[in-house]
Design a protein around this ligand. Structure first.
Ligand code: S3P
Length: 444
């Protein structure tokens, strides 16, 4: 019998941030989580060796790395974010004797569902408490249409992918704008007969498509449609992981709401399907300058951010998928902006690592920020003047890394200390957050 209970529970930890008003520094943004997961997975099913530079050694990506080792892939971690993956080819993954533990990582679970469908062996996918509550049918349904045999527990993990026959291509219109679902289908399509077509309702992050092309796969890309002919082999390659704009977002907001100083953020990923937070902050009047842009498979830039008087914004619906992970940080910026901000069409926030609308609403209330929650968004009243915006108080992050980091940044405009509970999961995406925050002047 397999034990489908998670082994990845993290110990609880707290933060206590003193109010500060000044920020200054020049920091290198660590590797992108989405790109790091994909680099490992594509490297694993490629032929020959792949070298990943700038890999994010956060808990989420390390879960992917361990799972691939369980599936028989030889991966060597070198110092300074260099990783060597010895590809086993499209059909070379081997059965794991124990369940595959994805920890807190939704991306890992959903993409592995695509990668492990239609194999000659069974796989059981589990995760931590948060992941065990998240919806998996959105991925299981299209994969079943391709011929995969997948069972979930009322739509949630554990996910069991039964041994099955070969997969068939589908022509699929995504019901939600989700890069994870799109990517899971594309990974399954690599081993399916025929040409799979995925159509998105709105653009979502295209890291999988870009990286597949880097591995030598031919894709048809036409507006919101992606086509992939099955059976194409991947050739091992070099991958340069850009800095994670989702991690940079906390410092973009910090640099914008601070009363004094300036920040330089190096090597920030500028993929246009991820840059919603830049669009939003600029539309709010943020002072962000691109110092130097480099056009690799994934574009990157160094950014200079200076304090600015922010204005409230109604977030355009087409920007929502482009900033989906940055809304907790945006809410902190909106609290510091003059005039009301409004977000709608963001019901997806309710099924992230936590219910980010509800948990952020509780936190904003605890710090005295006037706002109104709706089913798919929030209205935030905004501030008046240049004084303190946030009262001190205690926040429960519900183990959600991005919520913890967002409220840490609020200490730049707080009247009294902010205590944040349950922050161990910051290590899933941004293990060096506290150190970098201290380097630029935040104080714990
Ligand atoms: C991700 C896609 C997004 C995002 C998540 C990472 C990815 O999820 O929220 O943090 O790496 O593909 P959805 O695609 O479910 O919106």
């Amino acid at each position: 019998m397999t034990d489908v209970n998670s082994t990845s529970a993290t110990p609880s930890q707290h933060w206590y941030w003193e109010p500060v008003s000044r920020i200054r520094g020049d920091i290198l943004i660590p590797g992108d989580k989405s790109v790091s997961h994909r680099a490992l997975m594509l490297g694993a099913v490629a032929e020959g060796e792949s070298r990943i530079h700038g890999f994010l050694a956060g808990e989420d990506c390390l879960a992917s790395l361990r799972v691939l080792r369980q599936l028989g892939v030889n991966i060597i971690q070198h110092p300074a974010g260099a990783v060597e993956v010895h590809g086993v080819g499209l059909d070379g993954l081997k059965q794991s004797v124990s369940p595959l533990d994805m920890g807190n990582a939704g991306t890992a679970m959903r993409l592995f569902m695509g990668l492990l469908s239609g194999r000659s062996f069974e796989s059981t996918l589990i995760g931590d408490q948060s992941l065990m509550r998240r919806p998996m049918e959105r991925v299981a349904a299209p994969l079943r249409e391709m011929g995969a045999r997948i069972s979930t527990s009322e739509g949630r993990p554990p996910v069991c992918i039964h041994a099955g026959k070969s997969l068939q291509a589908i022509d699929y219109l995504l019901p939600v704008a989700s890069a994870q679902v799109k990517s899971a289908i594309l990974l399954a399509a690599l081993r399916a007969g025929g040409t799979t077509i995925v159509t998105e309702p709105a653009p979502t992050r295209d890291h999988t498509e870009r990286m597949l092309q880097g591995f030598g796969v031919t894709l048809l890309r036409e507006g919101l449609r992606v086509g992939l002919a099955g059976g194409q082999r991947l050739q091992g390659t070099r991958i340069d992981v850009p800095g994670d704009i989702s991690s940079a977002a906390f410092f973009l907001v910090a640099g914008s709401i601070a009363r004094e100083g300036e920040l330089v953020l190096r090597n920030v990923g500028m993929n246009p399907t991820r840059d919603g937070i830049l669009r939003i902050l600029r539309a709010m009047g943020a002072d962000i300058t691109v110092l130097e842009e480099r056009r690799l498979a994934e574009p990157v830039a160094d950014l200079l951010v200076r304090p600015a008087r922010l204005r409230g914004i109604e977030v355009p619906s087409e920007w929502v998928p482009l900033a989906i992970d940055e809304f907790p940080a945006f809410f902190v910026a909106a609290a510091c902006a003059e005039g009301r901000s409004r977000l709608r069409g963001a019901a997806e926030l309710r099924v992230k690592e936590s219910d980010r609308l509800a948990v952020m609403s509780d936190g904003l209330r605890a710090l005295g920020i006037e706002h109104a929650l709706s089913e798919d968004g929030i209205d935030i009243a905004g501030s008046h003047g240049e004084g303190d915006i946030f009262e001190g108080g205690e926040i429960d992050s519900h183990g959600d890394h991005r919520i913890a980091m967002s409220f840490a940044v609020a200490s730049l405009r707080a009247a009294a200390p902010i205590r944040i509970r349950d922050v161990a999961n910051v290590a899933t995406s941004f293990p060096s957050f506290s150190a970098l925050a201290a380097e630029v002047g935040l104080r714990q």
